[in-house]
Design a protein around this ligand. Structure first.
Ligand SMILES: NC(=O)c1ccc[n+]([C@@H]2O[C@H](COP(=O)([O-])OP(=O)(O)OC[C@H]3O[C@@H](n4cnc5c(N)ncnc54)[C@H](OP(=O)(O)O)[C@@H]3O)[C@@H](O)[C@H]2O)c1
Length: 381
């Protein structure tokens, strides 16, 4: 029997769409596999950027969550879920009373800002908790020189003598993370330690303007300064991909050290810019500036999420994520990261002052961009 055009389209859409929707919806596929055991999870921190997304996913998976904070930071995303979370109050500096004589299946140490903090909680919780997950950073690889940015790379655990003040600050964070990883391993051993080293984290609730900058800039359109080379590599991780995978690592008892970076392919700055702009209609004219001296002179050396290839940063966007992918790390497409971040950026969760600041503050590249581009044109003449 001959079919009408509408019937034909309806059928072909129906037949074609079902498998496509399933294949794309990796999150749903993962969620089909119920966790074998409902876990009791303690999060040190939990109210800032990464924590609320971990909490949302953990609760969705049927786990119980307690958080330990000073009770100062107010969550900006998933606020409604905090009524379902046990709140323990203390201070990692000098008051861990609320953690004593309690049992959890796993602790996630998000708020590790000092090695001593992690030493103290790891030592205290070693007999009360089965697994310790430490949220580290790819900053443990600083200086990012050489070619191996896998989990096997040996880490700097002391700030070298005689380095510049700026380098000292960068070393400080990486060394703190590396020695905190050691504190975790020392107390919990390799079978019970989970070390996750995220690259730059982006998405709803971001406390930095690194990623929102590009949303605002590409939305505005016009002549857009793109620093660095087109083919430089960009790495970032959507906070939800990271948070969900961290919970699944605990469910799967997949102890180990992992780089938590994305995306799942080598993304260039060019692909990143075009990928973000695909969500906007603004007319744009990209002006790529890859003259390192000019970029340095104009203080536009670290416009993230990618990093200009100064020698000591050459490998910052090259962390090897194969082990993480094998252990279940999955990636939303950039378009989903953009749409969720946009929705959050224009919600009440973000103060208008912050949105204005990104456009007009003196430090923001956006407010300096016109002058810099003029300088660039004159220099070329
Ligand atoms: N953002 C990135 O791009 C990035 C990249 C790589 C790695 N990381 C790592 O990812 C982790 C997660 O970061 P995050 O942004 O979600 O924030 P976070 O590190 O979890 O920090 C904030 C949390 O710690 C609590 N806190 C702060 N001082 C405390 C104290 N003295 N005692 C007890 N609790 C305290 C805060 O609550 P109160 O203020 O109420 O105490 C808040 O819940 C961090 O370890 C960070 O180093 C981040």
């Amino acid at each position: 029997m001959k079919k009408s055009r509408r019937e034909f389209l309806g059928m072909s859409l129906g037949v074609g769409l079902t498998p496509i929707i399933k294949a794309n919806s990796l999150e749903n596929l993962m969620d089909l596999k119920e966790p074998e055991k409902k876990l009791k999870i303690l999060i040190l921190g939990g109210t800032s950027f990464l924590g609320p997304h971990q909490i949302a996913y953990a609760l969705k998976r049927g786990h119980e969550v307690s958080i330990f904070t000073r009770g100062k930071t107010v969550p900006k995303v998933h606020q409604d879920l905090f009524s379902k979370v046990e709140k323990l109050i203390g201070d990692r500096e000098d008051n861990l009373e609320a953690l004593k004589n309690r049992k959890w299946d796993a602790v996630i140490d998000n708020s590790g800002r000092k090695t001593k903090w992690t030493e103290d909680t790891a030592r205290l919780l070693e007999a009360q908790v089965e697994a310790y997950m430490y949220t580290s950073s790819i900053s443990v690889y600083y200086p990012y020189v050489g070619t191996d940015f896998s989990e096997e790379r040996s880490l700097v655990t002391e700030i070298p003598k005689g380095v510049s003040e700026q380098a000292q600050l960068t070393y400080e964070y990486g060394v703190m993370k590396a020695t905190s990883e050691m504190a975790t391993m020392n107390a919990f051993g390799p079978q019970r330690s989970y070390i996750v080293r995220p690259s730059l984290i982006v998405g709803p609730g971001d406390r930095t303007d690194r990623f929102p900058y590009w949303l605002s800039r590409l939305e505005k359109g016009g002549d857009i300064l793109i620093p660095g080379k087109k083919e430089e590599v960009v790495q970032y991780i959507d906070v939800r991909d990271l948070a969900e995978w961290m919970i699944r690592l605990l469910e799967n008892k997949a102890a180990g050290v992992y780089n938590g970076s994305g995306p799942g392919f080598e993304m260039t700055t060019n692909a990143f810019v075009h990928g973000v702009h695909a969500s906007y209609n603004s007319p744009v004219n990209y002006i790529q500036i890859d003259d390192l001296n000019f970029l340095k002179e104009n203080e536009i050396i670290g416009i993230q999420p990618w990093v200009i290839q100064l020698p000591e940063y050459a490998g910052m966007s090259k962390s090897d994520n194969r082990k993480a992918i094998a252990a279940g790390l999955q990636f939303r497409p950039l378009s989903e990261t953009v749409s969720a971040t946009k929705e959050w950026w224009y919600s009440n969760a973000v103060a208008q002052e912050r949105r204005d600041n990104i456009l007009t503050s003196q430090q923001s590249l956006m407010s300096r961009e016109k002058d810099i581009l003029e300088k660039w044109q004159n220099r070329k003449k």
